[in-house]
Ligand binder design. Structure first.
Ligand SMILES: [Zn+2]
Length: 71
């Protein structure tokens, strides 16, 4: 385990785990922030992919999953 290209530092938290964040199986979801205020979420348990909205709050981050998307 050396020379990993995934180690980025200096931009704050860009990737974290949301416990019980999966709407399908209730498992832990990996959240990765993307430029522009969006985010990608991925559940390694049921392979659920989503694009939640991230909101910055005084007491932390708020994630809102869109259950219905009308483009
Ligand atoms: Zn899941």
């Amino acid at each position: 385990m050396n020379g990993s290209p995934d180690q980025n530092t200096g931009e704050g938290i860009a990737e974290f785990v949301l416990p019980q964040g999966c709407m399908l199986c209730g498992g832990a979801v990996n959240i990765r922030k993307t430029p522009g205020g969006g985010a990608h979420s991925y559940c390694p348990h049921c392979h659920w992919l989503s694009r939640p909205r991230l909101r910055m709050r005084a007491d932390g981050l708020e994630l809102s999953f869109a259950t219905e998307v009308f483009a």
